[in-house]
Design a protein around this ligand. Structure first.
Ligand SMILES: [Ca+2]
Ligand SMILES: [Ca+2]
Ligand SMILES: [Ca+2]
Ligand SMILES: [Ca+2]
Length: 492
């Protein structure tokens, strides 16, 4: 099974060279040339030529397109490596979705039966189901904008009038009312593949509307940014531009159910874009990848990106199956993969209907959905508090002990019920928002332990409490490790 999955993954990597042209991303030195005029002196061999195809202002990146060559011409490579104006450059690599084609008949028998029990979804809905003030950017193959179970939850641009050929909000995108299509460069991020629509449904299909299914969150705002084409393949530059768009739109969460494998630490420019999201306080949820291997950021082998960047706003998600064990195809790592969530045979929306969906692509939107609920309950929480809270309130699975940072699988009810308690406490205890944000979670937990020990004196309560504290410290160490590794620029 594993080798079959691996072969399919390799096949996807090799076979889907979706783009005819080779492209490179160039990051100029700060204070250097603001346009690639530095390249004007360069001539390629007679068969190839190059032109600028895009400029991404927030990351100051020039996208260069090379015609007539399947590879980056040696002259260009030499030039870029030796030019003092170029800070760094990389190929505009392909990114691929983390959808795993399933065996429909067998897996349909399971879907929807045990999953509610595992993750406590129905109990969660008894507590909270809406996050109307939260917005989630979905960077994917687009959305079925006409799907009755999704349309009510589409983000809309308050500064833009649709379909009038004008750019009312002056953001450089004409008529971007429902987001943007970075693949075809138009204002309609309509899904021509289905992947984005499937991710959307798990995360945020409208509930209690007499239609189809209910997503984790029933009422929220999903910003559709199309970065994958009809074959579920995109480019780094699409994703980087979409992240810039999401940051400017002020979203709270970004969901990425795709990636690329790399043994050189991933794309530095994509990492820089995610750093912009981090600085804006955005939670970045990323699927861990489907090649069934260790995403070891310290090792020699391939790791999946963006999930393996050591940025503390990234929450990387592995997939569990119907037996509540790690799915064969799921990637894992004890530091870079944060937790697992169901990812096999999940019933969700598809363009014009419904389907079953498998892959770490299906796991990530469970986490994005519950992150939206947590933010809605505790709007004062920063991204670190949301992520720490989620990781501490998983269900421990022995198998995940050395395969995810939290050692556990998402439990919606544990996460939301304890967040509800935190919201109540914060209402009762008044504002302590002057405190160190990062430590708020810890302080209340330690205080909770003492309180429980004193008032109840029950050994079991104390053990549970101190176990939880220990786990929080362990996770905090892991998150701190990510921050330190990032600061010290260790070679991931
Ligand atoms: Ca606009
Ligand atoms: Ca307009
Ligand atoms: Ca379009
Ligand atoms: Ca529905």
């Amino acid at each position: 099974m594993k080798s079959k999955v691996f072969l399919i993954f390799i096949f996807l990597l090799i076979s889907q060279k979706a783009w005819g042209e080779t492209r490179v991303l160039i990051r100029m030195q700060e204070g250097g040339e603001s346009s690639p005029s530095v390249l004007q002196g360069l001539s390629l061999n007679e068969n190839s030529s190059f032109s600028q195809s895009n400029y991404l202002p927030a990351t100051d990146v020039h996208v260069l397109e090379i015609e007539g060559s399947d590879d980056i011409p040696q002259e260009l490579e030499n030039f870029l490596n030796n030019s003092p104006e170029v800070l760094y450059w990389e190929e505009d690599k392909e990114i691929v979705s983390h959808y795993y084609p399933n065996d429909p008949y067998y897996e349909r028998q399971w879907a929807g039966q045990d999953i509610e029990d595992f993750i406590g979804i129905e109990s969660t809905w008894g507590l909270i189901r809406s996050a109307p003030d939260v917005s989630i950017a979905l960077l994917d193959s687009g959305c079925d904008l006409n799907h009755p179970d999704l349309a009510p939850n589409l983000w809309t641009n308050p500064g833009e009038i649709a379909s009038n050929q004008q750019d009312e909000d002056h953001n450089g995108y004409i008529d971007d009312y429902y987001g943007y299509d970075f693949v075809n460069r138009d204002s309609t991020p309509q899904d021509d593949n289905g992947h984005g629509t499937m991710v959307f449904g798990i995360m945020a299909a409208q509930g209690d509307n007499g239609q189809g299914i209910a997503g984790v969150v029933w009422d929220t705002n999903v910003l559709c940014l199309k970065v994958l084409n009809e074959n579920e393949v995109g480019r780094l530059s699409f994703a980087i531009e979409a992240i810039e768009y999401a940051v400017n739109a002020g979203v709270d969460i970004i969901n990425t159910s795709w990636g690329f494998a790399d043994d050189q630490g991933g794309s530095p420019i994509l990492e820089e874009a995610i750093t912009l999201a981090q600085e804006a306080g955005i939670i970045f949820v990323a699927s861990a990848g489907n090649n069934g291997t260790n995403n070891d950021p310290m090792g020699q082998g391939l790791a999946n990106y963006p999930s393996s960047y050591q940025l503390d706003n990234i929450i990387a998600v592995a997939a569990t199956d119907s037996h509540d064990t790690l799915a064969d195809f799921s990637n894992y790592n004890e530091l870079s993969v944060d937790l697992a969530a169901p990812g096999v045979g999940i019933l969700t929306t598809a363009p014009g209907g419904y389907t079953y969906f498998t892959g770490t692509s299906a796991s990530a939107p469970f986490v994005s959905g519950v992150a939206a609920l947590l933010l809605s309950m505790n709007p004062q929480w920063g991204y670190q508090e949301v992520i720490e809270h989620l990781l501490v309130h998983t269900d421990y699975l022995p198998e995940l002990e050395d395969k995810t940072l939290s050692q556990g699988r998402l439990n919606l009810y544990k996460a939301t019920s304890t967040a509800q308690q935190a919201a109540n406490d914060s209402l009762e205890g008044g504002s302590d928002s002057d405190g160190d944000q990062e430590l708020v979670g810890f302080n209340s937990q330690v205080a909770g332990c003492q309180l429980q020990s004193q008032t109840q004196g029950q050994a079991s309560t104390s053990y549970r409490c101190f176990y939880l504290m220990g786990l929080m410290l362990y996770i905090a160490q892991g998150l701190a490790f990510k921050r330190i590794a990032k600061e010290k620029n260790w070679g991931f």
